[in-house]
Ligand binder design. Structure first.
Ligand SMILES: CC(=O)SCCNC(=O)CCNC(=O)[C@H](O)C(C)(C)COP(=O)(O)OP(=O)(O)OC[C@H]1O[C@@H](n2cnc3c(N)ncnc32)[C@H](O)[C@@H]1OP(=O)(O)O
Length: 207
């Protein structure tokens, strides 16, 4: 662990991530990298360069990729890991994490989240504000669980899928990789193909 944390991405998601890092009280300094040169500071923290500058901080700083797009986050985080940079995970102090829960590198657990026993969270996942994941869930890498999502017990979400705000998934349901589940949707049966799904219960809308 280093004294400095560098967060890649200084926009809205980056600000929430920085707030969590501040609350964790583990780093003496926190700064951003962002490819938008017009952003000089965010939330009072300095933007010290662009994404590719991350590699110059090897052995000097911990890194976190705060980019909402699952695909972009994966691309950047995988490069950082391949180059041996120290990617960390972040957990808001108000989150409740059960026994035997695993959290992969570069994942963030935001304020008010509950993750119950024996759940497995992959690399680079976003577990957004006030979402709840019950027991034995499996989230593959680079999944985004939006605010106020509810996953019942033994739900599996495939790589890179995005569950929209307030969506709900019944117990023992599997969701394929590469899915978008719309805001407020309800998933009661397995989703076996990548695609965009909305409604109650969900129907596929991107054919
Ligand atoms: C902290 C944070 O902000 S985290 C991010 C949280 N954000 C979210 O959760 C957003 C989730 N995104 C959605 O629900 C999106 O609407 C998506 C991904 C399902 C679809 O997005 P798009 O493909 O751009 O669809 P678009 O907005 O063009 O809507 C197409 C139609 O579907 C309808 N529609 C879109 N989303 C939904 C939904 N969730 N439920 C029901 N109907 C919907 C629209 O009203 C529209 O209907 P119309 O053709 O009759 O006017």
């Amino acid at each position: 662990m280093n004294d400095k944390l560098i967060i890649i991405g200084a926009s809205g998601h980056g600000k929430v991530v920085a707030n969590i890092a501040i609350k964790m009280n583990k780093w003496q300094s926190i700064a951003f990298l962002d490819d938008d040169k017009s952003i000089k500071t965010s939330m009072g923290l300095e933007v010290i360069g662009k994404t590719t500058d991350a590699f110059t901080y090897k052995d000097e700083a911990d890194l976190f990729v705060a980019i909402g797009s699952n695909a972009t986050r994966e691309k950047i985080q995988e490069k950082l890991i391949a180059e041996g940079l120290n990617v960390v995970s972040l957990i808001h102090p108000s989150a409740v994490i059960g026994t035997d829960v695993e959290l992969g590198l570069g994942s963030v657990v935001m304020a008010g989240v509950v993750i119950n026993s024996s759940s497995r969270i992959g690399k680079g996942c976003i577990i957004n504000t006030s979402s709840n994941l019950d027991h034995d869930n499996v989230l593959e890498d680079y999944v985004h669980i939006s605010p106020s999502v509810g996953l019942a017990g033994t739900v599996r979400v495939g790589k890179g899928s995005w569950l929209g705000i307030g969506s709900i998934v019944s117990n023992n349901v599997n969701i394929s990789s590469g899915c978008k589940v719309g805001a407020g949707a309800v998933v009661v049966k397995d989703i076996t193909e990548p695609g965009t799904y909305i409604g109650v219960p969900v129907r596929r809308v991107d054919r």
